[in-house]
Ligand binder design. Structure first.
Ligand code: HSE
Length: 362
């Protein structure tokens, strides 16, 4: 059986959850997926960096409280994240980028992805910034280097929205998308409806791991704005910039308004949409809407998200599932690694991409 060596960039909730999946279910996953996984490097803004090309023992790292983890005293460890050196120089097969999302310029994640692709390494990321702001250029770079660039988790965490559109909709024309794409705001709107105050609902969403480190992006719609850009660019062939996508969040809604609407059979939802017109132009927006109960998106509650694809031959096809959460987003990375394996696993033509290694397990 082959094996992929991973460099984890960022060791917050998502990559930690991926490490947990590997640590707890590694053998079962290997058997089912047909490849093994090993972590050879980890970098993290707070913990520093850790490199062991024979494979890092994840158990003691996962036993430590996240806030207390430091790689400084460990063999192969440093207090300095050394991101560029780790990404470019450590012989990993796949760089797994899960640092924080920067909606303005995508950095530092954008550089992380670029360094990895330039170094001939496959990349998978849950980070919306690089995909929304520079997806086209990064895909071109990956194609030039003969490596994979996968980002399923950038929209709806592990729920396969992008891959469904890419792999299952051959021959269909997609004319528009509309969705509830932020678990935090959807959870909060539901809690407001139940009478919980905004600040308490935000704190709950953070505790549950749905919210971004800075929940402003969830509340003000910037998170959905990036996801709409990714969907529009990937699925509708657009090339939207942030300023092209009108964005209004839920902070102007009062708990009274939400409860009042509910009493009239309406549900406030933060809806992201993109439409392709006959002349080929695409417009996109993020805005709260009070949906009637019979609207297909009105029943999407809590952290659950949904994207409705409007198509020519099938009408509307809706994909629904978790849109946030540590394990759910880590699953997106696993599905990305699987996609890389399917596309490149026995591809010897890639110029610098390391070939899947033989691994021996007793
Ligand atoms: N904070 C996001 C959400 C998760 O609540 O949906 C990842 O985009």
């Amino acid at each position: 059986m082959g094996r992929y060596d991973l460099a984890l960039i960022g060791f917050g909730g998502v990559n930690r959850a991926l490490a947990e999946l590997m640590s707890q279910n590694g053998d079962r996953l290997a058997e089912e997926l047909g490849f093994a996984l090993r972590v050879v490097a980890i970098t993290d803004l707070r913990a520093g960096s850790l490199v062991d090309t024979d494979g890092i023992d994840l158990a003691p790292l996962l036993a430590a409280e996240p806030g207390e983890l430091s790689f400084a005293g460990l063999a192969g460890g440093s207090a300095d994240p050394r991101n560029e050196w780790v990404i470019r120089e450590v012989p990993a097969d796949i760089v797994v980028e899960a640092t924080f999302t920067n909606p303005t310029d995508g950095e530092p994640a954008l550089s992380h992805v670029r360094w990895a692709l330039e170094s001939g390494k496959h990349v998978c990321t849950t980070n919306k910034g690089p995909v929304a702001l520079a997806g086209r250029a990064l895909k071109r770079l990956a194609a030039e280097r003969g490596v994979g660039f996968e980002f399923e988790g950038s929209v709806l965490s592990g729920t396969p929205v992008l891959r469904t559109a890419e792999r299952m909709f051959g021959g269909l024309e997609i004319t528009g998308v509309q969705g509830i794409m932020n678990g935090t705001s959807n959870y909060i709107l539901g809690r407001l409806e139940e009478g919980i105050e905004l600040s308490a609902a935000i704190a709950e969403a953070q505790e549950l791991g749905y919210a971004e480190a800075d929940p402003t992006a969830d509340i003000e719609g910037h998170d959905v704005q990036l996801k709409v850009m990714i969907l529009a660019n990937e699925v509708l062939g657009a090339d939207l910039r942030r300023e092209d996508v009108f964005c209004e969040g839920i902070s102007s809604l009062t708990p009274h308004e939400v409860r009042d609407a509910a009493s009239k059979g309406l549900r406030w939802k933060l809806v992201g949409s993109a439409t392709r017109h006959e002349d080929g132009s695409v417009d996109a927006r993020v805005t709260p809407l009070a949906l009637p109960a019979q609207h297909p998106l009105a029943g999407i509650c809590g952290p659950v998200n949904a994207v409705a694809f409007h198509t020519d031959l099938l009408g509307t096809v809706t994909v629904s599932g978790p849109g946030a959460g540590r394990t759910e987003t880590a699953y997106a990375l696993l599905s990305d690694i699987t996609a890389i394996h399917q596309r490149h696993g026995d591809d010897d033509s890639a110029p610098t991409c390391p070939v899947l290694k033989e691994t021996h397990r007793v």
